[in-house]
Write a protein that binds this ligand. Sequence first.
Ligand code: HBI
Ligand code: FE
Length: 298
Amino acid sequence: MAIAATAKLQEQFDAGLETRADFTIDQPRERYGAVDHAVWDQLYRRQMALLEGRACEAFIEGAKRIGLNVAHVPDFEAVSERLMAATGWRIVAVPGLVPDRIFFEHLANRRFPVTWWMRRPDQLDYLQEPDCFHDLFGHVPLLTDPVFADAIHAYGRAALAVEERALPLLARLYWYTVEFGLMRDARAETGVKIYGAGIVSSKGESLYSVESAAPNRLAFDLDRVLRTRYRIDTFQKTYFVIDSFAQLFDALGAGIAARLGDPAPLIAVEPHAAGDVLASDTVYTRGTREGWLADGDV
Ligand code: HBI
Ligand code: FE
């Protein structure tokens, strides 16, 4: 994803927030106000209540294990200590989205970049850029799961070897798994559980992704995902469902190396629209497409 100098990033540079060469900063704890802590507490309580029974066990356990169940923005060093003990990962504070290669470099060294600032109360239900709640609550709990942690580490390493022209394909894979992935779970009423960070950090999509009849839910397939476009400003038209984190590990490491070593064939073909269902798809639920934006398919 090309990193425009986002308004938020510029605002911070103007405010004298210096970043190191790897775009990391020390968590500026003195910059959190009572409102920031209140927003964290409100979002944490609301999402955990929604996610019981909807998110995979590893997420629920992970969130508690790293100590996110506090009424204030967590201390990044305290979270890193617990995370390090679990899987050798730690989190590093960043001002926001960082350049792709920098991001991959951190993941390849078991460092997860976490935006330090919190959204405003009027952005509670949605904001375009990832904030601290999206990154820390959405992405970090699953890094306590050894297999998922290895999958993200493998992704970082494989991504560093990918050519610039194939980065949009890589972003699709990350989007349909790490951000908006579902996992099969026979014990769940709907047969699926949530693991994607973009879903668990969103009130609306925590419900929509597992309970709405509108979207498609298809078995995860690496080539299919690499060829499927996505929108960043609506709920997903299609969710891809993995069987296990072991399957994700294979796809994010060896899978990327195999398929994007020479990306030419995948770049040459016309991508599928986000809402397509193909004859070759394993369909768990075929969406009613209800409420989809009338402006055609992405
Ligand atoms: N930077 N801080 C941050 N967080 C991300 O999730 C992120 C990023 N830079 C690039 C990036 N993600 C993309 O490469 C992935 O979404 C594929
Ligand atoms: Fe994210």
